[in-house]
Each structure stands twice: as C-alpha cells, then as structure tokens.
Design a protein around this ligand. Structure first.
Ligand code: UDP
Length: 248
C-alpha cells in the first residue's frame, strides 16, 4: 500500500486510516524489506519542523506519517481536500500489539523511565494474550551505550520496535540509527508507555470522541497553555494558507 502523501505547511503527512496503518506494519514485517519508520504528525511537530530542517528531513525520510491528531486531519481536509481521519500514535501502538499477538510477530519496548517501561512490558501481554515482548530497555541510555543497545535490539529478533523518548528526540534517534536496525518497523510513540503503565491518563472517551483531547489536557494542566499556543499558530497558518490565492 502506498498512501497519498500530502503536505501541510510544507510538512508531509500520509492519508491513511488506522486499519491501513496496522496493515502497513504487518506487510512490512512479512516482506522483509528494510526497516520502516512510522512517525506521528501533529500540529506541534509540524510547527517545529518548519523551523528545524533536520526534523523536516527525518519526517520526509519516514515510511509512514500518521495523522496523529485532529489538527493534522483538519488541516488535511482544509488544504488538500483529503478525506482522512485521526490515527493517534497512542492508539496505533496497541492496535499493532493486537495484530502482533494474532499473527505472531514480536515487539521491543525502548523508552520511558525504568518502572514505566517494565510495567508496560508486563501489562501488554495481559492485554494482548500471546504477544511476544522480545526485549525492553528504559529510555535513559548514555550515548556511548547506544550501539550496545542496537545490538541488543537486533539480537532479540524483534520485528517491531516501539520507541518512547518524546519528540523530537525519538525522531532524531530513528533517523540516526535506522540503517543499523534489523527490526522491520519502528514506531515513535512519545508518552504512550506512560499511558499503558497507568502513570498518565488519556482524556475520557467523551472528550476523545469530540476530538477535544487537547482541551481536556488544557483543563487538567493549565500550564500547558503556553505549550499549546502553538495550536493557535498552526490554525492561523492553515487559514492563511487556505486564503492565499491559488497560482495554478
Ligand atoms: N523519555 C525518555 N528518555 C529521555 C527523555 C524522555 O525515555 O531522555 C521519555 C519520558 O520518560 C516519557 C516519554 O519520553 O515516557 C515522553 O516524554 P514527553 O512527555 O516529554 O514527550 P512528548 O510525548 O510530550 O513528546
């Protein structure tokens, strides 16, 4: 499957559904091609990539760029007339684990604090019986121990690597080490291990259904307002782009 790739404010994003994204990973595991990078695109990342050429390049090199939040979906609809829905990274990871348990491929968990990582490795197989965790490592690894970790991931025989270092750290890591990885796919999952381990809670279903997860987070942590101002800049940039006269 080659999804349609569009650009939002110069940053690429793929028009894919959740089901297509899981199929994509399963196909890559089966095909034995090189390692595919699955990276989430959201307004924060788009705005950062506009001023960070190396992040933009690493996004361009990714195999699958999922529309992680409602902002990316809304932008895609408005600017590219693209009929897409949200593929939150935090939901794609469990969906991949579900498929892995069903078809027998294995996963490696890299990232987050030690107790979070250990707890996620313990919980996932109870949630997805049959899931094989090929290995795990917390996300606080010294730079000079990184090649040893790559070796460990490769030796584990894992098919899929989930990496939870936060953004843009995890994108930089993927870009730097993908050539040395023998896993078939790697997904950057941000704070998802914290959610699985129960350390961080996602918004209640009603907020998620109404695409208001960002608003719920704002209510819980008003200090995020400063961080979330980027959403306003993103919305204004999308509207400005939409109002620009078309040259073709
Ligand atoms: N993290 C890590 N190593 C680091 C920095 C962060 O493993 O050197 C982990 C952190 O423990 C958390 C995850 O990265 O589990 C996401 O961090 P954060 O919430 O800062 O990132 P975001 O999801 O906001 O991009």
């Amino acid at each position: 499957m080659t999804p349609r790739r569009i650009e939002l404010l110069g940053v690429p994003v793929d028009c894919v559904t959740m089901a297509q994204s899981v199929d994509f990973v399963e196909e890559r595991v089966a095909s034995g091609e090189g390692c595919a990078a699955v990276v989430a695109v959201n307004p924060e990342k788009i705005m950062r990539a506009r001023v960070d050429p190396s992040l933009l390049e690493s996004l361009r090199r990714a195999s699958l760029l999922i529309p992680d939040g409602i902002g990316a979906v809304w932008g895609a609809r408005l600017l590219a007339n693209a009929e897409i829905g949200r593929v939150p990274g935090a939901e794609l990871m469990p969906a991949i684990c579900d498929r892995a348990a069903e078809t027998g491929f294995s996963v490696f968990l890299f990232g987050a604090q030690e107790e979070v990582n250990a707890k996620a490795a313990e919980i996932l197989p109870t949630r997805f019986p049959g899931l094989r965790i090929a290995g795990r490592r917390n996300g606080y690894v010294d730079a000079d121990a990184m090649l040893g970790l790559i070796d460990e991931i490769n030796q584990s025989g894992a098919d899929v690597l989930f990496i939870a270092l936060g953004s843009p750290r995890q994108e930089e890591w993927i870009d730097r080490y993908i050539g040395s990885l023998r896993v078939k796919a790697v997904q950057g999952v941000g704070g998802t291990f914290d959610v699985i381990a129960g350390r961080v809670q996602r918004a209640p279903a009603v907020f998620r259904r109404l695409n208001l997860e960002w608003f719920y987070r704002l209510l819980r942590e008003p200090k995020r307002l400063w961080r979330q101002r980027v959403l306003l800049f993103f919305a204004l940039a999308i509207i400005a782009e939409r109002l620009k006269p078309k040259t073709d």
